[in-house]
Every structure is written in structure tokens, then in C-alpha cells.
Design a protein around this ligand. Structure first.
Ligand SMILES: [Zn+2]
Length: 315
């Protein structure tokens, strides 16, 4: 007598596992949710679930912030040199080569001139994929030359920052870029030309301590990490509990370090508006200086004459 039902024999035929195409989904690094990659791209790399702004590469950023086909690159061929012959797990020369292959860039920043809604400006965009967008001699030199170009052509300057800081492979040479870029920006400022910084995740160390913090107007993307030393280093040094949200755009907005947090979907419109406000100022400047220099008709109000107050911005 059979007490138990015989177990069914499973087929031994090989069954092909259903294949899920690779690269369709991404995991958000902030909320750990799985997001459809196409949706993430359509949303400008902003997580639709938690609004975290994932990095854009340099060309995606250019598309976002310039008129189509208007960007003219300068210093494209400038490349870093391994002056110190830095050796580590991988040498600096090897690192440079692999990053060039990975990104198709020669270094961590792309600079040039462009227009946005027809308004010309000088633009530099950093790309975190290239050695953490660290600032070596090339990044420093390109920012300096871009600033000098903006000064000579009387253009507003916009730099989109993202950086892990100084490039340790270049030692002291890398740190010297902080002073060089700051000096060029001071000369741009002396000409009453506007400089707008857009801080993105993450902007830290030597870049924060130089050209990223010198804007006349500092915009930042939401939830971006912005700071000098990392939170762990600060905590160990100060032996103090750090406040909640320390080193985020939201925290720094409250403390007055940045002027405005702008969602990426609004960034193009906001930047265009800023260039319109600051650019209109700019256009009147050289004409007034020219007239003064010639000693002809001056735009300065005559003594005793009442000066009309300028219309408020946005009126
Ligand atoms: Zn998310």
C-alpha cells in the first residue's frame, strides 16, 4: 500500500532564464530606490522619488545651460603633465590616460563662450568623472584664461563647480592654482563684470576655498555637499557634534554662504534671468567709461542736479 503520493518528477529539460536587459535600471544613491534609467535621464538626472540631483556630465550640462550650437570651446587641447613623476598604486600618468579614455575629456573642466537666450557669456563646467574634478595646473590655468577672456571681452562669467579639491598628484603646483584663479577673478571684478557660480554636488576643498566661493551670485543645486574639509575630519578636530544637514546647500543658504537654491529643472530659466539683470548693467558700463575718457559728454550727473533713482530689478 502506498502511504504517500509520489512526488512529481520535475522536467530536466533546460529552461532558458528570462533575461533582463542590462542598463535599464539605476539605483538612486540617496534613497536606494530603483529608478527606470530613461525616466531619470528625462528628469535631467534628478531622482523622481527623492529629488536628489545626481551629477550631469559636462555635455549634458552644456545642453542645459546654453543655446543649441552656441558653445565655442577654448583651450581644448590643454593636457596635464606629470611633473612630479608621481607614483602610487597607479602612476599619475596612468591615471590621466585612463580618465581621458573614460570621459573623452583632456582634463576635468571644459571652458568657452556661449549664449543663453541670445545673451553672450563665458562658461566653465567641471566634470566630476575626471579624477573627481580635482584642480591641478590645467584646471587652474583654464579657469584663469577663461576669466581673462571674460574680462577682455567684457562678458559675464559663469562657472559650474563640482570638485573633490586639489589634485594631490601635482602637490604644491595644484595648491598654487587657488591664488592664480582668485587673482584673475579680482581683475574681472575690478571691471564691474558679474561672476555667477553654480555649485553642484559635491563642491569641496581647494575649489570651494578659491573660485567657487568668489561669485557675486552663488547658486546651488538642492542637497549638494558643499564644504572645505570632510565632516569626519571636522568632527575629529573640533570634538563637537555637527548640526543636522551640515555642509548641504540648504544649511549653507541659512548661514548666508550661498544666495539661492535652484532645482535643475529651473536652472536654465534662472540663469537666463540672472544674465539678463546683470548683463543690462554691464552694457551701459563701457559706453559711460568711454565718454568719460574722451572728456566729452559725461553720463555722470551734474552737481546740484537731482539724480533719477534707477528702476528696481525685475520691475
Ligand atoms: Zn532617490
Amino acid at each position: 500500500m502506498q502511504l504517500f503520493k509520489r512526488r512529481n518528477k520535475y522536467s530536466t529539460l533546460p529552461v532558458k532564464k528570462k533575461e533582463i536587459p542590462q542598463g535599464l535600471w539605476d539605483k538612486c544613491k540617496n534613497c536606494n530606490e530603483v529608478v527606470y534609467r530613461k525616466l531619470l535621464k528625462e528628469n535631467l538626472n534628478v531622482c523622481p522619488k527623492c529629488n536628489f540631483h545626481h551629477p550631469l556630465d559636462v555635455w549634458e550640462r552644456m545642453d542645459l545651460l546654453t543655446d543649441k550650437g552656441s558653445f565655442m570651446q577654448i583651450d581644448e587641447g590643454m593636457e596635464s603633465v606629470d611633473t612630479l613623476k608621481f607614483e602610487g598604486v597607479a602612476s599619475y600618468a596612468e591615471k590621466l590616460e585612463s580618465n581621458k579614455r573614460k570621459t573623452g575629456m583632456n582634463d576635468a573642466i571644459v571652458c568657452g563662450t556661449a549664449t543663453l537666450d541670445g545673451r553672450p557669456f563665458a562658461l566653465g563646467v567641471m566634470d566630476f568623472r575626471f579624477l573627481g574634478a580635482s584642480m591641478g595646473s590645467v584646471v587652474g590655468e583654464k579657469v584663469t584664461r577663461l576669466t581673462e577672456l571674460a574680462t577682455s571681452r567684457r562678458l559675464p562669467l559663469v562657472i559650474v563647480t563640482a570638485s573633490g579639491g586639489a589634485r594631490m598628484y601635482e602637490g604644491m603646483l595644484s595648491l598654487m592654482q587657488m591664488a592664480k584663479t582668485s587673482g584673475a577673478l579680482q581683475r574681472h571684478k575690478q571691471q564691474n563684470l558679474p561672476y555667477i557660480v553654480v555649485m553642484t554636488h559635491p563642491t569641496t576643498a581647494g575649489v570651494t576655498a578659491s573660485f567657487a566661493s568668489l561669485g557675486d551670485l552663488t547658486l546651488a543645486e538642492p542637497k549638494a555637499l558643499i564644504g572645505f574639509a570632510g565632516p569626519r575630519v571636522i568632527k575629529d578636530t573640533t570634538q563637537a557634534e555637527l548640526p543636522e544637514g551640515f555642509q548641504t546647500s540648504e544649511f549653507l543658504l541659512k548661514k548666508g554662504m550661498i544666495d539661492r537654491i535652484v532645482n535643475r529643472s529651473e536652472l536654465r530659466k534662472e540663469l537666463s534671468l540672472c544674465l539678463e539683470y546683470l548683463g543690462s548693467w554691464l552694457l551701459s558700463e563701457p559706453a559711460a567709461q568711454k565718454e568719460d575718457a574722451k572728456g566729452k559728454k559725461s553720463t555722470k550727473p551734474k552737481k546740484g542736479k537731482k539724480q533719477k533713482a534707477p528702476a528696481p530689478l525685475g520691475a
